[in-house]
Design a protein around this ligand. Structure first.
Ligand SMILES: *Cc1c(COP(=O)(O)O)cnc(C)c1O
Length: 387
């Protein structure tokens, strides 16, 4: 085993997928988002997710699809970014479902001559202003082109730009999606999927939705908004939100969702040197840290080369159930933490997992939640366990 490594528990991924697919069983299909090397968990994990009820998957690119197919040759797989027309043969070989982001692409695709019976999903831009159609007549034209092509229109979808917690823009986007698809007969399109994990957990199902897409939640993070909490201020906040919700006819926000999700990935390292430092001595680059007392430190073989960033906003690591603060700057491959006399060379060090939540790590590092997972998963050797 390498000194620093990520551990991924496959059974945890299965039970997360199961918890989500059971709780939200009003959706007919679950599209597991496995872009970015499955949020750093690796395509080794897709079968564990499938076992938990994820029936469809989505990646960003042809290259990711290739990696996915090394572990699963048959699950339906949507490529969220448009595949270059010159690469359609490769997409056919990978049995990809293709996203169609605009009329020009629909035209090129349907006149490409590629004989593979592609399933297609129309991508609607409901306010993100990235990929997707912005004109309902063009949506209709694309659907008609597909109708008279060797391909099948299997899906239509959009992606929310805002998470939608007490959010008029959330409703505006849903409304925009309805308008842009109003010339289609949605009941004839098997997969109508809106949103992401937060949209799923924080809002009631839209009547038109027949499927949903889940990313972060599947890897074990309850991203639903927290409850208001106690106290008079929060009571007032709640009353104010309810008032505006009614007044402006906003979609309900569901808080404090009860669901058993557990993080599947953790990041571990070991101690490579224990050392005593006297009061007044400096630790690390630029001698930026000065010991305010005599202390013992543990040197760890982990740094920004391991995808954790160099930013340190009060970062702690866990050793023997205790939280130990970083002392001195985080280097490329090394950092040091302050420990007590009970710590020994064989003690396991945890940087993510155990007492250290993804939210804590994100604050220490200044990285976003998914960004932390990518950094940890993609820059370290991964070991898979099932227990
Ligand atoms: C990344 C992504 C998701 C998943 O988002 P989460 O917030 O991780 O649930 C869903 N849909 C699309 C199109 C995405 O790009």
């Amino acid at each position: 085993m390498t000194d620093t490594y990520a551990v991924i528990n496959l059974n945890t991924l299965t039970s997360n997928a199961k918890a989500l697919t059971e709780k939200y069983s009003e959706y007919g299909a679950f599209i597991g988002i496995v872009k970015g090397d499955a949020y750093g968990h690796g395509y080794e994990c897709v079968n564990a997710l499938q076992k938990g009820g994820i029936s469809y998957f989505a990646v960003s690119s042809l290259e990711e699809a290739e990696s996915f197919r090394k572990f699963n040759t048959s699950a339906p797989l949507l490529c969220l970014e448009p595949v270059a027309i010159r690469k359609l043969d490769a997409a056919a070989e990978l049995k990809l479902t293709l996203a169609v982001p605009d009329l020009g692409y629909a035209r090129e695709l349907t006149s490409s001559g590629c004989k593979y019976p592609f399933k297609l999903h129309l991508q609607i831009d409901s306010g993100f202003n990235r990929l997707g159609f912005k004109d309902k007549n063009e949506v209709k034209k694309a659907a008609d082109m597909i109708e008279s092509s060797p391909y099948t229109l299997e899906g239509v979808y959009q992606h929310y730009a805002t998470a939608g917690v007490f959010d008029p823009y959330y409703d505006a986007q849903t409304q925009r999606f309805r308008e842009l698809t109003s010339l289609l007969d949605l009941s004839k399109i098997p997969l109508v999927h809106l949103g992401s994990g937060t949209a799923l957990m924080a809002h009631p199902k839209e009547d038109i939705a027949t499927a949903t897409r889940i990313g972060l939640a599947m890897y074990g993070y309850n991203i639903a908004p927290e409850s208001y909490g106690g106290g008079i201020i929060n009571k007032l906040r709640e009353a104010r939100d309810k008032h505006y919700q009614k007044k402006y006819n906003l979609t309900e926000t569901i808080r404090d969702v009860q669901i058993d999700l557990k993080p599947a990935i953790s990041l571990k390292t070991r101690i490579i040197q224990l050392k005593d430092v006297a009061k007044g001595e400096h630790i690390g680059y630029l001698a930026a840290y000065t010991a305010e007392e005599d202390m013992r430190i543990a040197v760890l073989p982990i740094g920004y080369n391991n995808g954790i960033g160099h930013h340190d906003d009060g970062r702690v690591v866990e050793i023997n159930g205790k939280l130990c603060p970083v002392v001195g700057a985080i280097g490329m491959n090394m950092m040091a933490v302050k420990v007590d006399g009970s710590v020994g060379y064989d003690d396991e060090v945890t940087l993510l997992g155990g007492k250290i939540t993804l939210g804590m790590f994100s604050r220490f590092s200044g990285l976003g939640l998914a960004e932390v997972l990518l950094g940890v998963g993609k820059n370290n050797k991964r070991y898979y366990v099932e227990e």
